[in-house]
Design a protein. Structure first.
Length: 272
C-alpha cells in the first residue's frame, strides 16, 4: 500500500512538473519554471523513497526486471537533469529531460510486472550483475541526455535559420554549448556501456551454459557502441560539427531504444 501511494503521488507530481515546464516553454513564465523545478526536486526524493521501500520489501536491489530498470532510468534522468540544470542553466533542457523521464516512469508503472523465476533470481542476483545493469542504465541515461541536447540543437538551428528571435531562442543557450555537452555525454556513455557489456559477458559465461556472443541482444549492444564510436570519430578524427553529428546521435539513440524496449524479444537469456 505504501509503495502504491508513493507511485501515485510521484506520477501526479510528475504531471504537474511537466505541465509547469510546458507553460514556461510556451509563455516564458519564470514562476511556472521555479514551481516545476521544486516539484521535480520533490519527485526525486519520492523516487528515492520508492527505491528504499521496494528494496526492503523484496530484499534486493530492484533492478532485475525491465519495469524496475525503466524506473531506475527515470530516476537517473531526474538526477542528472537537476545537476546539469545547476551547472548549465539551460532552462529548456530540464523540460525535455523531464518529459523523457516521465515517459520512462509511466511505462514502468503501467507495464505488467515482469516475472523472474526463483531459480534464475538466485543466479542473477550477484554484485557483478548489479554493477553490470547499473552501469548500463547510466550509459543509457547519458545517451538519452545527449539525444535531447541534439534535438535542442536542431530546434535552435531551425529558429536561427528562420530568424525567429525572442526570449525563447535566448533561453535555449548557445549552439556551441549544447553541441559541446552532447558530445561530452557520448564521450562518457561509450566507456560506460563498454564496461557494462564486458561485465555482462563475463557473468554470462560464468552462469549460463548456453550463452553465445551471437545472441541478438549482445549484437545489438555492440552495434550501439559502434555507432557512438563512429560519432566520436566524426567529432574528434574528422572535426565534424553541427547537424551531421545530430544524425549520428539520432541513429545511436534509435539503437538504444531497440536495445532497451525490444530486449525481451531479442534475447534468450536477458530479462531487461
Amino acid at each position: 500500500m505504501t509503495l502504491n501511494l508513493l507511485y501515485d503521488l510521484t506520477i501526479c507530481l510528475y504531471v504537474l512538473s511537466v505541465c509547469g515546464y510546458f507553460i514556461d516553454f510556451l509563455e516564458n513564465n519564470r514562476r511556472a519554471n521555479r514551481t516545476a523545478f521544486w516539484l521535480l526536486s520533490i519527485i526525486w526524493f519520492l523516487q528515492c523513497g520508492i527505491f528504499i521501500v521496494k528494496a526492503d520489501y523484496i530484499g534486493e536491489f530492484p533492478i532485475l526486471t525491465i519495469t524496475d530498470g525503466l524506473f531506475f532510468l527515470s530516476w537517473i534522468l531526474v538526477t542528472l537533469s537537476l545537476l546539469i540544470n545547476r551547472l548549465l542553466r539551460v532552462d529548456f533542457f530540464v523540460f525535455f529531460t523531464n518529459l523523457a523521464g516521465f515517459v520512462m516512469m509511466a511505462i514502468s508503472l503501467f507495464k505488467p510486472k515482469d516475472p523472474v523465476r526463483d531459480e534464475l533470481s538466485r543466479h542473477l542476483m550477484s554484485d557483478l550483475l548489479v554493477i553490470h545493469i547499473t552501469i548500463a542504465f547510466l550509459a543509457y541515461a547519458v545517451f538519452t541526455i545527449s539525444f535531447i541536447l541534439s534535438m535542442m540543437y536542431l530546434i535552435e538551428y531551425h529558429m536561427l535559420k528562420q530568424k525567429k528571435w525572442g526570449k525563447r531562442l535566448v533561453r535555449f543557450g548557445s549552439l556551441s554549448q549544447i553541441e559541446k555537452w552532447s558530445f561530452l555525454c557520448n564521450l562518457v556513455g561509450v566507456p560506460l556501456l563498454l564496461i557494462s557489456l564486458v561485465l555482462g559477458i563475463i557473468r554470462a559465461y560464468t552462469v549460463l551454459a548456453d550463452f553465445s556472443l551471437l545472441d541478438p541482444k549482445v549484437i545489438s549492444s555492440f552495434l550501439v557502441i559502434t555507432v557512438y564510436c563512429l560519432f566520436l570519430y566524426q567529432r574528434l578524427g574528422k572535426n565534424v560539427h553541427g547537424k551531421p553529428l545530430t544524425y549520428w546521435n539520432a541513429a545511436g539513440f534509435l539503437l538504444v531504444l531497440i536495445n532497451v524496449f525490444l530486449s525481451e524479444t531479442l534475447t534468450n537469456f536477458h530479462f531487461w
